[in-house]
Design a protein around this ligand. Structure first.
Ligand SMILES: NC(=O)C1=CN([C@@H]2O[C@H](COP(=O)(O)OP(=O)(O)OC[C@H]3O[C@@H](n4cnc5c(N)ncnc54)[C@H](O)[C@@H]3O)[C@@H](O)[C@H]2O)C=CC1
Ligand SMILES: O=C(O)C(=O)COP(=O)(O)O
Length: 635
């Protein structure tokens, strides 16, 4: 007789507190039972400490259990409220993987040193079988007070989980998922094949150190074990790299959604970034980091880049587009900060404050009005009349300045501002000239010797845009010759990578020259605003496919998706791609629920929402359409 091989039996041993649920149930019970007790906070703290000590393996488990029951002073009537609280605190990855819990119910055992009275109602609601729940039971007195627990239960004792496992004598592979040391003890005793430290809710050093694998969510566990999961790819496997000291709020926003985030204080140079980018899916930079072709050649996983600033000249946007990498920026979050600094600098320079302050520090008292002027009534020339230029126009006019501007494109003049037809016209008219163009390559040396020559003698000159826009040696000469009476420079052709690097520049040491380390947009307000704004854009793209506000991609704002799959197809902008997508879908009789197409320059972006059921082969066919750059399936 031929023996039919049976699928190897697997058991999944899952902990309850801080694993199945986000919280420790005994802490929650204390919050309920100690209501009105004047020492509630102190007692709760003590209960929590005892829990932590036991979870880390620092005190014996039975001692911890008795101490907590004594401290709780709980009653049977508190349990319904506790169950209601816990049912709202099931761990997110367990909630979204109900299908797995149901499908594998026969193989899943909850083994907990908590109590059946509250565990069973919570876990059975997600498909776990009540007979597969192993936990302690409370002891009540005649009045319903909780006074202890069944001390004979192995789970009430030290090394209780291994003891129970020995009794169960499971035949097959055993996988343990838990956040506590007592979960690891099963593996330590040789009773499990693997121990997975579950870190979605808490991270315990000693537990992580002993784990075979760290699983930041149930998704990761299911992924590594090739089990059916609600997400095709666990989010913790999506790596976000944030450079240049981006505000920590950004990290928080990505971590809240389960992504793995790495922060670097300074910028990385091309070679360093080309190395680091290999496993990165989302890159966050500021003005310093150059995202070049060479970097992008290694960026095989990169989906999107966020410039946590306004300027995007540091990113090779075209090369990103060709590789289907979507770029975003924060177009308005630091506008006001730049404007305020420019206004302050104009006043400081017109009043010779830099020199006067330096003298005071040396003990020199130089009270005089010579060479000091009000800004009121002076002619301000704005080169570049975009978001910063126009905002500065309004504020400067409110301070009594006469505003002139020059922009490559026709712009609406705000207030009484007057448009100059040429740059030369502006240079010849104005008392104060400030640059607010973007940093496109063509703007290199926009202001050089000839342009300084055209300016009025004694002009005040500001550059808060990009370093390469000004020919620095020409500015140095103009300052030395007295053509420029004062200058403020915030941006430089070469800027130090980190705060530890020396600033080397010909402008150092010149009189009435105010130098700042590229801080036009560096205010607490601006940085926090940026850190809230850019992750929103990146997450909207990753989670929903939205490209609205992208600086290099067709902009599509998509509706939310319910009970459907979303296919994201990025391709070279050649005729016939949409027709090919739809003919493949028609061949597989897939119903299209919605479809959106937009193109920009060389790239086309098609989103197709389809019914839930689809044949997996269709994905391969869609990926194989000629000129496809990237394909991704959502939900
Ligand atoms: N110092 C700092 O910390 C900061 C610097 N910036 C720089 O300021 C720049 C401007 O910012 P926004 O006003 O928000 O940008 P924007 O894109 O709204 O405006 C730029 C304007 O400059 C114009 N322009 C470009 N080249 C020109 C040229 N050669 N001649 C005349 N006009 C020209 C454009 O047509 C556009 O109207 C950013 O691109 C960035 O490089 C921005 C924020 C902070
Ligand atoms: O917003 C911009 O473009 C800036 O220049 C500010 O850059 P930063 O974020 O300070 O590196």
């Amino acid at each position: 007789m031929v023996e039919i091989p049976t699928k190897e039996q697997k058991y999944f041993i899952i902990d309850f507190d801080s694993t199945f649920t986000k919280v420790e149930a005994m802490d929650e019970l204390g919050k309920i039972s100690l209501q009105g007790n004047p020492k509630r906070e102190d007692i709760l703290r003590e209960i929590h400490q005892v829990t932590e000590l036991a979870m880390n393996g620092d005190i014996s488990f039975s001692e911890a259990l008795q101490r907590r029951v004594d401290l709780l002073k709980a009653h049977k009537d508190h349990l319904p409220e506790l169950i209601a609280v816990l049912s709202g605190k099931v761990s997110d990855s367990f909630e979204r993987n109900r299908d797995f819990l149901n499908e594998f119910a026969d193989s899943i055992l909850i083994i907990s040193s908590g109590f059946r009275e509250f565990i069973v109602p919570i876990v059975t609601a997600l498909g776990i079988k009540p007979e597969n729940v192993y936990a302690n039971t409370f002891l009540f007195d005649d009045n319903g007070n909780i006074i202890g627990f069944d001390a004979e239960n192995p789970l009430a004792k030290d090394k209780g989980k291994p003891e129970l496992m020995r009794k169960l004598n499971l035949q097959g592979d055993v996988y343990v998922i838990g956040d506590g040391y007592t979960d690891y003890e099963i593996k330590e005793a040789g009773l499990a094949n693997r121990f997975y430290a579950f870190t979605e809710n808490v991270e315990r050093g000693k537990v992580i150190a002993n784990a075979d694998h760290i699983t930041p969510s149930l998704d990761e566990f299911l992924f590594v074990n090739k089990l059916p999961a609600s997400l095709s790819y666990p989010k913790n496997r999506i790596k976000v790299l944030l450079l240049e000291n981006i505000h920590p709020k950004a990290k928080e926003l990505f971590q809240e959604q389960g992504f793995t985030v790495e922060m670097v204080k300074g910028a990385l140079d091309e070679d360093e970034l080309a190395e680091r980018i290999r496993d990165v899916s989302v890159l966050g930079i500021r003005s310093k980091t150059q995202v070049t072709k060479k970097v992008l050649e290694n960026a095989n996983k990169l989906m999107c880049v966020g410039a946590f600033c306004i300027g995007t000249n540091q990113i090779d946007l075209k090369a990103c587009q060709e590789r289907g990498i979507v770029a975003f920026n924060a177009p308005y979050s630091n506008t006001r900060s730049v404007v305020e600094l420019a206004i302050g600098e104009m006043i400081i320079l017109m009043r010779q404050i830099v020199e006067k302050s330096n003298k005071m520090h040396r003990g020199e008292w130089d009270k005089s009005a010579i060479g000091s002027y009000e800004i009121r009534g002076k002619k301000l020339g704005l080169v570049g009349y975009g978001n910063i230029g126009t905002q500065l126009s309004v504020v400067a006019e409110a301070l009594g300045m006469k505003v002139y501007y020059y922009d490559l494109v026709e712009k609406l003049a705000l207030g009484n501002a007057q448009r100059c037809k040429t740059l030369h016209e502006l240079l010849e008219i104005c008392d104060v000239i400030t640059l607010h163009t973007d940093g496109r390559k063509e703007n290199a040396n926009l202001i050089g010797a000839k342009e300084f020559e055209r300016m009025k003698d004694g002009v005040i000159f500001l550059n808060l845009s990009r370093g390469h826009i000004v020919d620095v040696p020409a500015l140095v000469n103009a300052v030395k010759s007295g053509k420029v009476a004062g200058a403020a420079v915030d941006v430089f052709p070469y800027e130090p990578k980190t705060n530890n690097e020396e600033f080397v520049n010909e402008l150092r040491g010149l009189p009435n020259v105010l130098l700042t380390p590229h801080i036009g947009g560096s205010t607490e307000e601006a940085q926090e605003n940026i850190a809230n704004f850019v992750p929103g854009k990146l997450l909207d793209f990753i989670n929903k496919g939205n490209t609205f506000g992208s600086v290099n991609f067709p902009n599509i704002q998509l509706p939310d998706l319910n009970d459907a799959h979303r296919m994201i197809h990025i391709h070279r902008n050649v005729p016939g791609i949409l027709a090919q997508i739809n003919s493949i879908l028609a061949n597989y009789q897939i119903n299209i629920r919605g479809q959106y197409l937009n193109t920009r320059e060389d790239v086309g972006y098609v989103i197709t929402d389809i019914d839930k059921a689809y044949n997996k082969e269709v994905i391969t066919e869609l990926k194989n359409i000629p000129h496809t750059i990237k394909f991704r399936m959502l939900y």
